[in-house]
Design a protein around this ligand. Structure first.
Ligand code: BMA
Length: 375
């Protein structure tokens, strides 16, 4: 409640500082026809950022460590008693018309989870590991490097790719609240593109081709498909400086939210020190550019696989993120698959890092679902 009050006060102050007319939003998404709820969400994100950083978790409601599809369950909730404020979803395979995504989450269930989240006052973000349209393999297939070129206007896969974008657009258009209004979502597409492991990555296309891919996607979704419930998030993997961060940036007219993906590799104090340094450097890059451009800074994806360092959250994450104003930090998924027992990034009940995670979410400037809703 205290946090909500602060959010309200900060929103009022923000409006006053910028001398806006009553009713005029301070922050306008790049889609000039964005729905009222989308504009509202964008402004809410800026206001919330003044009070703290929201906790996000990928696929939080669909499954977790050792379970799949249990109504109302979430590993984060099992540990802390509350849902994460931000929930991430993965659209991979929606483009080919599949019933479920590449991690076996049915799109029909995903739509319901997104509706539930919105009703609860939570925030939804979506990533998209779309298939390689040339080979029909996954997004990690980098066997040859002309995929993006074939997708761009004039390319051999251009028409087919538009049908893929249509399916992505249809998914977003289908997200409606109880009154039938479109639910606003943050679309974090073509992510980690400064790395070289996706078909849209740094060795697979030129900076210009990447920018064209991004702009073509936004233009198609908003102009041709009339999808107006999206905020667009740009999230490379970690970069060394602003020049690298912006090398493939499609421009301020095409991006609402900027962030980066950064993981801790290893399990000891050296791993933690390296991670903290990388997080600090990248937070500086995104918050500095966010200030200049008026965008919202976030951490698109992060985590330490299997959390072998029991105080990772309060020792590695919190001391760094608390130095900056950012919208959220999203921890990657807790795999349900039996063959991936070590693939988890948030604790589940009984894990050695669970008490530390509780301490983390109890910090006054770390926000969970209850901290951003009115109840
Ligand atoms: C990766 C891993 C994969 C998963 C993919 C898309 O980082 O978690 O197991 O399929 O993301 O969610």
């Amino acid at each position: 409640m205290k946090k909500i009050f602060t959010v309200l006060v900060m929103s009022v102050l923000l409006m006053a500082c910028k001398k806006v007319q009553k009713g005029e939003p301070v922050h306008q998404p790049v889609d000039k026809d964005a729905t009222e709820e989308t504009v509202k969400l964008y402004n809410k994100l800026f206001a919330l950022m003044e009070t703290g950083t929201m906790v996000g978790h990928q696929d939080a409601l669909a499954y977790g460590h050792g379970w799949y599809k249990e109504n109302g369950r979430s590993d984060v909730k099992g540990v802390t008693g509350d849902y994460p404020a931000v929930i991430g979803w993965e659209l991979g395979h929606v483009e080919i018309g599949a019933e479920y995504n590449l991690d076996s989450v049915y799109f029909s269930d995903m739509k319901q989870y997104i509706k539930d989240t919105y009703k609860r006052g939570g925030i939804t973000t979506a990533s998209w590991h779309g298939d390689n349209i040339v080979t029909g393999n996954t997004s990690w297939d980098c066997a040859q490097d002309t995929v993006v070129k074939t997708i761009l206007p004039g390319g051999s896969n251009y028409d087919k790719y538009l049908t893929w974008l249509d399916r992505v657009g249809d998914f977003f258009l289908d997200l409606k609240d109880e009154e039938g209004k479109p639910i606003p979502v943050v679309f974090r597409m073509y992510h980690e593109h400064t790395g070289d492991w996706f078909w849209w990555g740094s060795t697979q296309c030129t900076p210009d081709e990447y920018k064209q891919l991004w702009m073509m996607t936004v233009d198609h979704l908003r102009n041709k498909k009339s999808v107006h419930n999206l905020l667009y998030a740009y999230s490379p993997s970690e970069t060394k400086d602003e020049v690298e961060f912006l090398e493939r940036y499609p421009g301020d007219e095409y991006v609402d939210i900027i962030g980066y993906d950064c993981y801790a590799t290893g399990s000891d104090s050296t791993a933690v020190a390296n991670y903290k340094a990388a997080m600090d450097r990248n937070l500086k890059i995104v918050t500095t550019y966010a200030q200049k451009s008026g965008k919202l800074p976030i951490v698109g994806e992060t985590g330490m696989e299997a959390i072998p360092y029991p105080t990772y959250f309060t020792e590695a994450v919190y001391p760094v993120i608390s130095q900056y104003k950012i919208g959220w930090v999203l921890f990657w998924r807790n795999a349900w698959e039996a063959d991936k027992p070590q693939h988890f990034y948030a604790p589940f009940a009984g894990h050695t890092s669970a008490p530390d995670f509780v301490n983390f979410v109890e910090k006054p400037d770390v926000l969970m679902n209850k901290d951003i809703t009115e109840e």
